[in-house]
Ligand binder design. Structure first.
Ligand code: GLN
Length: 505
């Protein structure tokens, strides 16, 4: 069995026993990246020397009999929206093309402390705004199952890296589905933790009340292993919650008797592809055969979730992204050329900006891509005087109602089970000119972020075209343990998570 055929959990055991060195594991994955990433483009940056140095250090410490952290030299890929000290962090944006953070995100620090090897930084939609990884300023990522299709997004690079066996584990972020949706479309397992479970310190902010960092792996157990390393309170993020972190990967095998799975009526309405519906229904039958009870529930407010999300997320984004002004951070327009433009405008008569305002304007116009500009405009509009009450405040009220829908649902069931996406991966370019169609892709995922819940996507079938389909399980806040146990139980009974795409050599 080759190293890339092992799950992260299995590889960790072999790293611990000394059967495989971290150097060998790292070299194997780097070689896979060299071979396949020219086509897939999951990575924005791979620092081979840095990764190998880390691996050698861990191996040397192991040889000396020193204590090794829980990841024991496992390679991990990190979405390029988490700060890495001394290594560029672009967020998929031109505006941060030359940004090198002077510090590590807490999650990155925790990975290092746990003795993970950082393979590289993965591609994403610019500032995590998107669902297809087509909004990256550095080119698209392709779905390893069919390179003419999108991998999902915004953590498309992380999901594709795991799917193509270019990393055993990866870190993503989920503001409205960006871990669960690409996990579903790439046939891997991805978990969005409860808001507050993982520190956001050093995560470049998109929508601060929705953003969470979470793990990708092949199996629920792999994801559990990574979650227990990155979760926990952090005094540098006041929204992280001081609750103890369970040993998810250890408790994952404990049986779940009397599990009640809520099936939401509204999830199976018009718009859901037949392929996805039948795979999800079949998955529900598997759960029944394992002793779970299905409970029909209704979540009437869920139909407003996309509209609510696309007010709140852009509002927060427009405020968060105000910091990129070409002065404090990021790309700055060529000042000489800018002054020339200003002079020309002045000569033409009419009103002209002050040089400072023009500097901001031109730097931002050059640095941001079209989707980010659209969100900034949407958010600024919805927050402006006269519209604030009608849009932003209204959206906050609906957000509360969505949370109440979940509270009611969870009084009848332990977990909610349903689809992650309405269809399998679509073609590259298919929705780029239709933002509304792109936003509707988020139908089943955004409500967990609005309500602050935990959710996971696990592979549950293939479409007639041979593309992966995901099953979503959602849990009450801080009930990741049950979520992972239920996912593991499914993976013990099915083989979908073991399927790998065939990549051209
Ligand atoms: N697709 C959603 C959006 O475009 C979600 C993105 C995310 O979770 N980061 O905002």
């Amino acid at each position: 069995m080759s190293i890339v055929d092992l799950t992260a959990f299995e590889l960790r055991e072999r790293l611990r026993s000394g059967e495989i060195s971290s150097r060998a594991a790292t070299e194997t994955y780097l070689e896979r990246i060299r071979r396949h990433d020219k086509t897939i483009h999951a990575f924005l940056r791979v620092d081979e020397q840095h990764a190998l140095r880390q691996a050698d250090e861990i191996d040397a410490r192991k040889k000396r009999g020193e204590k090794i952290g829980p990841l024991a030299g496992l390679p991990v890929a990190v979405k390029d929206i988490l700060c890495t000290k001394g290594q560029p962090t672009t967020c998929g944006s031109r505006i941060l093309e030359n940004f090198v953070p002077p510090y590590d995100a807490t999650v990155v620090t925790k990975l290092k402390m746990a003795d993970a090897v950082l393979l590289g930084k993965t591609n994403l939609d610019e500032f995590a705004m998107g669902g297809s990884t087509e909004n990256s300023a550095y080119g698209v990522t392709r779905n390893p199952w069919d390179v003419t299709r999108i991998p999902g997004g915004s953590s498309g690079g992380s999901a594709a890296a795991v799917a193509a066996s270019m990393a055993p584990l990866a870190i993503g972020t989920d503001t409205g589905g960006s871990i669960r949706q690409p996990a579903a479309l790439c046939g891997v397992t991805g978990l969005k933790p409860t808001y507050g479970r993982v520190s956001r310190f050093g995560l470049v902010a998109f929508a601060s009340s929705l953003d969470q960092i979470g793990p990708f792996g092949r199996t629920a157990r792999d994801v559990a292993l990574l979650l227990e390393v990155i979760a926990g309170h952090d005094e540098r993020d006041s929204t992280s919650v001081p609750k103890p972190v369970p040993e998810y990967s250890r408790t994952i095998g404990q049986p779940l008797s009397g599990l009640k799975l809520g099936v939401v009526k509204e999830h199976f309405a018009a718009g859901l592809d037949a392929d996805v519906e039948s795979a999800v229904r079949e998955a529900l039958r598997v759960y029944e055969s394992l002793g779970a009870k299905l409970v029909d529930i209704s979540m009437p407010v869920s139909k407003y979730a996309v509209a609510t999300y696309y007010i709140i997320a852009p509002c927060e984004a427009s405020s968060n992204l105000a910091r990129y002004d070409g002065v404090h951070y990021g790309h700055r327009t060529d000042e000489k050329a800018m002054l020339e433009r200003l002079k020309k405008d002045a000569a033409g008569g009419g009103e002209v900006d002050s040089p400072l305002v023009r500097l901001y304007r031109d730097s931002r116009a050059e640095g941001f891509g079209p989707e980010v500009k659209r969100r900034i405009m949407l958010g600024t509009y919805a927050l402006s005087a006269g519209y604030y009450d009608a849009y932003y405040l209204k959206a906050l009220k609906v957000r509360r109602l969505i949370r109440q829908d979940f509270d009611r649902a969870f009084s009848q069931c332990d977990l909610i089970a349903g689809p992650v996406t309405t269809s399998a991966a679509f073609k590259l370019g298919e929705k780029v000119d239709d933002p509304l169609a792109m936003y509707l892709v988020d139908l089943y995922t955004v409500s967990a972020n609005l309500a602050g819940l935990a959710g996971i996507s696990i592979p549950c079938g293939l479409s007639t075209g041979g593309l992966p389909i995901g099953l979503q399980l959602q849990a009450r806040p801080f009930d990741e343990e049950r979520l992972l146990r239920a996912a593991h139980m499914f993976q013990q009974a099915t083989h979908w998570h073991t399927l790998r795409p065939k990549l051209a050599a």
